[in-house]
Design a protein around this ligand. Structure first.
Ligand SMILES: [Zn+2]
Length: 149
């Protein structure tokens, strides 16, 4: 039972309404075509809703992963920063004069470590030939330093 049943009855029961028979037939066809299109649209809408739902879930997962990655990056930066601080501390320790060696020339303990030229030879014997420059007189002094371990 649709809108056309009433119109069909009207045409059958009224001779002067017979001229409506042809246009009503066209309307019926058009209606059927539109109804079929509507059905396709409904299916597409259902599919699209499902896709939106999946995309939303995916978006949530990506957001969560992004958050975790951001935390990792932050941790990495913190570790990098701490590592740099430690390296600076180690470097300043090595360049300082922790054993309070005194300059061979003026007796000052304001010595700065510089790379030893003959380090390798002594390393086999468990010692290092540590070379220092004096902040006071500018001369170099060398001392035997036991290697750790
Ligand atoms: Zn000196």
């Amino acid at each position: 039972m649709n809108i056309f049943d009433g119109i069909d009855k009207l045409i059958k029961g009224n001779k002067s309404a017979a001229i409506l028979k042809e246009p009503v037939l066209l309307l019926k066809e058009e209606f059927a075509a539109l109804y079929a299109q509507l059905s396709i649209c409904k299916n597409q809408t259902t599919a699209l809703m499902e896709e939106i739902s999946n995309l939303k879930k995916e978006n949530e997962n990506i957001k969560f992963e992004n958050c975790k990655l951001r935390e990792k990056i932050e941790t990495f930066h913190t570790v990098k920063f701490e590592s740099r601080n430690l390296r600076e501390k180690i470097e300043s320790y090595h360049h300082s004069n922790p054993h309070e060696h005194a300059c061979e020339h003026c007796g000052s303990t304001k010595l700065r470590s510089i790379r030893s030229r003959h380090g390798r030879i002594f390393e086999d014997l468990g010692v290092r030939n540590a070379l220092f420059t004096c902040d006071e007189c500018g001369n170099e002094s060398s001392f035997m330093v036991a290697l750790p371990g």
